[in-house]
Structure formats: C-alpha cells, structure tokens
Design a protein around this ligand. Structure first.
Ligand SMILES: Nc1nc2c(c(=O)[nH]1)N[C@@H](CNc1ccc(C(=O)N[C@@H](CCC(=O)N[C@@H](CCC(=O)N[C@@H](CCC(=O)O)C(=O)O)C(=O)O)C(=O)O)cc1)CN2
Ligand code: MET
Ligand SMILES: [Zn+2]
Length: 792
C-alpha cells in the first residue's frame, strides 16, 4: 500500500497485509470495578494526587489496548479514553476554552491540563461549568463547547500525541480518534446567551487547525486517523453537506497526513451517503447494526450498494456488531452482510456500530445471571471477541467459524422459545387493550375542580420532583444489605427512618405536596426493573452517564409483567406520617425503556405496552391505597425522540399511548403529575399536551423560563411547574431570583391557578447543605408572589 500523502511508516504489526481487519471505534473508559470513577472522585476529594490519577489513566489505557489486541483486533483506537468527557477533550485539543473562564488553572503539563479539564467540567469560583447535554439519543452526556465570533482556535495536541506514542510503544497499530470539525461545531452553542451566532460559521477558522493536527499525527507515526462525524446521520440544515464536501476536500489536501477514516454512527446516512462516499478520503465507518424497528442496517446497506465504484478503493469499517445493545450478534446474518460488502470495497474491517462506551465492560463480572440468558449476551469485552471472530470467518472462510455460528444460533433459538421470553398471559392482556384504556375520566377542567376539592391546595403550590439527597448513610445501608452485613428488616428500618426525616423536613419547610424522598431506590429505572418480570438487572454492568457518574441499564429479556406491588408500601408509610398529600412516584414506560437495553426480537413500541400495563396496575394500587397525587416521570421522552424527523411521529404515537395506558385508569379526583428534564421541549409539546397529565414539572431554570413562551404558544391546557432552581449547580438561588422566575412565568402567560413552584429535577445528587436553604427560598418566594396576587 503506497499513498503519496502518507509518511513512510512501515506497516504496523498485526495487520500483516491481511485484507480483513478487526477494530472498534472506541471502548469503555471505566476499567474493571469502575477504577477510573474511584480515582477521579478520590482526586476531587483531595485523596488522590494528580500524578496518581494520571498514572491510573495511563495504566487503564495500556490495559484496554492490550485487551483489544489480545482479543484479536488488528488496530486500536487512541484518544477515545477520557478522564471526564471526549467533547471536553476536543475543546482542549482545539484550544477553544470559553473566554468567561478567566481563572483557569495554568500549565501545559499533564497535571495542568487535568486541572483545567475538571475546572471546565465542574465550574470555578467565578464561573459555572460548561453546560451538559445528551450525546445524540444516548444516555451519555457531553460538555457543550461555547463558541463565538471571538473564538480563536489553537492546536494543543501534546496529550493526544503522547497517547499515540504510548500505544505504539506496545507495538500496536494505533489509530488516533478525534471528533470531526463539522460535528464539533454542530454540537456547540453560542457563548453569548440569547445570541443567534451559529458556531458552524467558524468552520473556515477551524479547518486549518485540523490540518495542523493531521500533520502532527502523521509525524507521530499514525498511519490512519479516525475522524468522527456523527452529525452526518442527522437531518442536515440546508447547505451543510456542501460544506462537508469542501471541508473534507481541504483536509484531504493536507501535505503529509495519515490516511483519513471518516466515522459515522447512530443511524442511517440518508442524503449524506452519496456525499460521504464521494469524499476524497481513504476510509469510512458505517453503522450496520440491526436493532428491531430501526431499519439502519437495511438503509445503510442500500446506500453502500448505491455508492458503486466510489467505494471500490476505500477501506470500510462495517459496524455489524451493535455498540448500543448487549445482545450477541447474529453471526450468520452479520457474515452475509460482510461477505457482500467485501465485494464492494477496497478493504474491509469488521467493527461495532459505534464506540463501545455505551455498553457495560464485561459480562464475566456478572455472577448471578440466568445461564440461558447470559449465553445470549455480549458486553464490550465479548463484543471484541465477536468482531475478531467475524473477521476470522471472512479471512478463513465460514467453515472455519461454523462451530461458533451454530452455537450462536442455538443459544438464540433456545432463548426465543423459553418461557422466560414469551408469556401468553402478557400477550393476552396486550391484545385486550382498547381505546377506552388510554382515555382519562373527566375533562381537564372537571378533574381540576374535583382534585382541588380533595386536595385544597393554595395558589402556586410548592413541591419537589421526588428524590432527596442520597446521603452517604443511605448508600452505605444499601451496600451493607448487598454484602449481607445488614438484614432486610434492618435495611427497611433505616430507609423508613430516612423517609420520616424527609417528610418532617418538608413539613417544617412548609411545602404543600410532599414526597417520600426515594431513599430506597438505587436508581429510578433499575429499582423498578429489579421488581418487574421480564427485566434483568446486573451487578457490575455500569455505563458512563456523565463525568464520574454511571448507571446500570437493565436488559429487557422477555415479556414484562408485575408480580407484586412495587412502591405501594413506601408511599402508604410516608402518607400516614402527614396530613399533607404525599406524591406516589413512578418511572414511566418510555423512560424505563430508554434507559434499558431493549429486546432483539421486539420493537420498543411492542415492549412499551407491556411495561405500561404493569405500571398501570401500580398506579391503580397506589390510588386504592389512598394516594391522591401520582407522578409518572418521563425525563427520557424528549431524549429518545428519533434523530430523523421522519421517524418522530411514529415514536411519539406509541410513547404517548404508553403513558396514557399507564395513567388513565384513575379517577378524576386523582391528580396525575409528570416530570421531564433536559429542555428543548418545543418539538414535542403537542405530544406533551396529549399526555393529558394534570400537572407537569419541567426543567426551565437554565433556559430562563423560555419554555413558558413555548407553552403559551401551544396553548398548554394543564398546570405546570417550570423549574425555578437549577439543581445541576450547587448554587442556592435567592428569594429575589425565584420571585423573578415566577413573575416571568405569570407574565409569560401561565395562569396563576395553573402555576406550580418546584426545582428543575430531583435532588438525589445534591447535599442537604444546599437543599434545605434552597427549598426554604422556594417556599418563601411562593409566599411573596401569592401575597402580591392576593393584593391584586
Ligand atoms: N438510569 C438513569 N439514567 C439517567 C438518570 C437517572 O437518574 N437514571 N438521570 C440522568 C443522568 N444522571 C445521573 C445522575 C446520577 C447518577 C449517579 O449518581 N450514579 C451513581 C450510581 C447510582 C447507583 O446505582 N447507586 C447504587 C449503587 C451505588 C454503588 O456504587 N455502590 C458501591 C458501593 C458503595 C459503598 O460501599 O458505599 C458499589 O456497588 O460498588 C445504590 O445507591 O445502591 C454513581 O455513579 O455513583 C447517574 C446518572 C439521565 N440518565
Ligand atoms: C431524571 S428525572 C428524576 C426524577 C425522580 N423522581 C427524581 O426526583 O430523582
Ligand atoms: Zn428530572
């Protein structure tokens, strides 16, 4: 292989001239036992020095490269590791730290860089942190770049170059990974709040920095570089694809550069496909995963076929292993796809559909999974083996891997026919659902009157979103229960004591609608999954959510049903402690699925009805237990909105129907609440109205009540609590802040009879040091505005 643009690096060991490679786009960063989390949090608490943390990072990087190489990968990604977030790393790489951070720690050495990174992620004395938002439709959050007309980029590649060196020292073919210029700018926001500055206008200024980076990487011995451009799977603003072509034509003309691999993931390429195939780059990565209902594999296969001779000389990373789910790959189907693609392209690598960041690390860490199910699962480490095995099958012929293919088929068909998977009673209940089951009793106005009579709430009722701080003692008690150091009765007593404290505190603060505080929940999704049939939960299946925070997404294995009430005793217990209403607190069907791994044989829409029926039983049991207010959280409704507009209506249809099926079985006098965080509701407001919930609490503090204008425009007919305290920041608002927010909401058209006062989200990640004073402020501010309203 000669290429006029490439430096004369000898072919690295591993590839050995073989036409078929095996690689992945990225790998989990956490290390076994979430070692990175412990090191990072230890550093924040002052217990781990920067040098120690950096040493842990270097060791984790080395271990994962070695793991990948020994699994049989022929090339490993470099630069996908991060102490906090890869978009933040890109911001540092490009020297694009916002000007508002005037007090950042200095120093170009690794420790200085680490300190700067954490300052941007967590805030400084004078500045709040960079905003965090969802990474496409995943449950991962990235730190949003803040760019403006004054932004000047400057390359700071030392860290990435050092990592390339680390990998090459191990004798590995190292492929640096960077987020591409078009995606980086598309994911950024204007540094001036309210400005209409479009970060994409900075492309011309940014491209030369990327060109400089390419040259530096070639100098460090990189033969290939992976440039991620996931925004290519989104609907494109007018003219963007033309810009993509220009940018990549310019980058391809960089003298002495590595070969370029443009990586896309998270879906179908659509109109970007011909542009991508025609770029003057040497390689592409394409999502070829086969999730039920997604259509991605079929769409991208068709696009690749249509690209014809544009692909003939290119390297293709075929993402046939699903990087966003935990089921084993259907090897026979994957081999069919790969065999066809092999005939279309210059060289083929077997790969996963996206970085393996979004799946847990290692199935072998699980000690109590049903063996029939475990046999059908693959976490990140197992996916490496799948990638390598498929590559082996292509190189040596299908017969060489026939044993593994047969074993895979047998495991899957055993699970499909197991009583665990298909439950006739569930299927019957699903088939019996009728239109009346998804209609509330009474009009919104009738319900409001009947609820007001029952609850007797003041104007501008105050409440919280559900969770109170998960204190060290609460977590310790749960860990004790798990280790057998605390018996179930002891655990229950400890949690009841916590509920008592939380209820007493809320009474003392003067809140109107109370919560029990959710101390008994490890997580709002996992807690329910542990109690529902059809879900499987893991012990160690952690997936990074943001920074040092992780979740353990459950796996939907079979038909879902509720063997017994889940929350009723906790709600009943909390309610008998007080004469004020205590909200029942559930996680809705859409969020249950969004934050779990779905089945590989049913679509999310099909599973949603089952989950909704199970939750509906819980809602009705809560009502029977005398709970007058029931909240069904749907924070993920907006986040799992399909990336492509064309797919949104179908999604919103089933999502709304599942919510209604969950909640519509109650009487008019039972007040249904829902909660959503993560702003940008504009696009889904019609669907939110259709949920027909009596009260909704929304995130608004950070977006300065902008949601209120959207609600007015959509003629939102129900009550609403736009968050008046940004719980993502430790800052306690003042009474004046909260009064101002409430006045904004009233002035913006929320009628006083329909305005609630609450924080943006649950309080579980905060401490009492902020929660107590902030809630005191909320209650006082509500009082101030009530008095003003009474005075007319
Ligand atoms: N599933 C989900 N997705 C979500 C959210 C969410 O709440 N749930 N919210 C948004 C993201 N926000 C998040 C907010 C907080 C955490 C978070 O705090 N995670 C915790 C773990 C929470 C948990 O599962 N806790 C368990 C297990 C705790 C644990 O790690 N225990 C140790 C032992 C600890 C000890 O000995 O004290 C262990 O098992 O090793 C519990 O409380 O029982 C963490 O990373 O630290 C994650 C996401 C969006 N996506
Ligand atoms: C991410 S939404 C959280 C809702 C949940 N009821 C809580 O208060 O924690
Ligand atoms: Zn929330």
């Amino acid at each position: 292989m000669t290429d006029p643009h490439t430096t004369t690096t000898p072919p690295p060991p591993g590839r050995g001239g073989s036409p078929t490679g095996a690689t992945v786009l990225g790998y989990p960063r956490q290390g076994p036992g979430r070692r990175l989390k412990r090191a990072v949090e230890g550093h924040w608490r002052g217990r781990t020095s920067a040098e120690e943390l950096l040493a842990v990072g270097a060791e984790l990087r080395r271990d994962r490269w070695q793991e990948m190489a020994s699994a049989g990968l022929t090339e490993v990604p470099v630069g996908d590791f991060s102490y906090y977030d890869h978009v933040l790393d890109t911001t540092l790489l490009l020297g694009a730290t916002p000007a508002r951070f005037t007090d950042l720690p200095a120093g170009d050495d690794p420790a200085g860089r680490l300190a700067r990174q954490f300052a941007l992620a967590r805030g400084t004395d004078s500045q709040p942190p960079l905003e965090m938002t969802k990474w496409f439709d995943t449950n991962y959050h990235y730190l949003v770049p803040e760019l403006g007309p004054g932004t000047r980029f400057a390359l700071h590649a030392e860290d990435l170059l050092r990592q390339v060196g680390e990998a090459r020292e191990l004798g590995l073919a190292a492929r640096p990974v960077v987020l591409g210029p078009v995606s980086y700018l598309s994911l950024a926001k204007a540094d001036e709040p309210g400005s209409d500055f479009d970060p994409l206008t900075l492309l011309d200024r940014l491209v030369p920095v990327y060109a400089e980076l390419l040259t530096a990487l070639a100098g460090a011995g990189a033969e290939w570089v992976q440039v991620d451009e996931p925004v290519l799977v989104l609907d494109q603003p007018a003219g963007l694809l033309e810009r993509v072509r220009e940018v990549w034509t310019a980058l391809a003309a960089t003298p002495s550069r590595p070969r370029l691999l443009v990586a896309t993931y998270f879906g179908a390429l659509g109109e970007a496909a011909p542009v991508l195939a025609g770029l003057p780059v040497e390689g592409l990565a394409v999502d070829l995963s086969a999730a039920p209902g997604s259509g991605t594999r079929a769409a991208n296969l068709a696009a690749l076929r249509a690209a014809g001779h544009d692909l003939a000389g290119k390297r293709l990373l075929a993402g046939v292993v699903d990087g966003r789910n935990v089921w084993r790959t259907d090897l026979a189907a994957a081999l069919d796809v790969l065999t066809e693609l092999g005939g279309l392209v210059g060289s083929l690598d077997v790969s996963a559909s996206c970085s393996l960041l979004h799946v847990p690390l290692d199935l072998a860490a699980e000690t109590s999974l049903d063996p029939g199910v475990a046999r059908c699962l693959a976490f990140a480490r197992q996916k490496l083996a799948e990638v390598a095995l498929l590559a082996d099958g292509l190189r040596r012929g299908r017969e060489a891997v026939a044993g593994a293919v047969a074993d895979d088929a047998a495991a899957r068909s055993a699970l499909r026919t197991s009583p665990l998977t298909v439950r006739p009673d569930v299927r019957e209940r699903v088939a019996a659902v009728g239109a009346a089951d998804t209609r509330r009793r009474g009009t919104a106005e009738e319900r409001r009157r009947s609820q007001q009579q029952r609850l007797g709430l003041p104007l501008l009722p105050t409440t919280t979103i559900g969770s109170f701080p998960q204190t060290e003692e609460v977590r310790r008690a749960r860990a004790g229960l798990r280790r057998g150091e605390l018996d179930p009765a002891g655990y229950q007593a400890a949690m009841r004591a916590e509920v008592e404290r939380v209820v007493a505190l809320q009474e003392e603060l003067g809140l109107d609608v109370l919560v029990h505080g959710e101390p008994e929940r490890n997580d709002m999704v996992q807690y329910f999954a542990e109690q529902l049939d059809g879900f499987l939960t893991t012990e160690e299946g952690w997936v990074q959510s943001y920074g040092s925070r992780y979740v353990r997404p459950p796996v939907v294995v079979g038909d879902v049903s509720r063997p017994a009430p889940m929350t009723v005793e906790w709600s009943r217990y909390a309610q008998q402690l007080t004469s004020r209403p205590v909200k029942g607190m559930l996680t809705g069907p859409v969020t249950m699925l969004a934050w779990s791994f779905g089945r590989d044989d049913l679509t999310p829409a099909e599973t949603a009805t089952q989950v909704a029926l199970a939750l509906r039983e819980e809602v009705q049991d809560l009502e029977r237990a005398g709970i007058a207010v029931i909240q069904v959280d749907e924070p993920a409704l907006r986040e799992t909105l399909p990336l492509r507009r064309a797919a949104r209506e179908g999604y919103l249809d089933w999502a709304v129907r599942a919510f209604l099926l969950t909640t519509a079985g109650v009487d008019a006098g039972t007040q249904v609440h829902t909660h959503m965080c993560y702003a940008e509701f504009g696009e889904v407001l019609e669907a939110i109205i259709a949920l027909d919930a009596d009260v909704i609490s929304l995130e608004a503090a950070r977006s300065r009540m902008e949601v209120v204008a959207d609600l007015r425009e959509a003629r939102y007919p129900h009550a609403v609590g736009p968050g008046v305290w940004d719980i993502h920041s430790p800052r306690v608002p003042t009474v004046a802040d909260v009064v101002a927010s409430l006045e904004l909401a009233l002035a913006g058209g929320v009628p006083a009879e329909r305005l609630w006062v609450n924080p943006d989200c649950g309080l579980k990640t905060r401490g009492y040091a902020e929660v107590e004073p902030a809630l005191r402020v909320l209650v006082e501010a509500a009082g101030v505005v009530r008095e003003r309203l009474a005075a007319g």
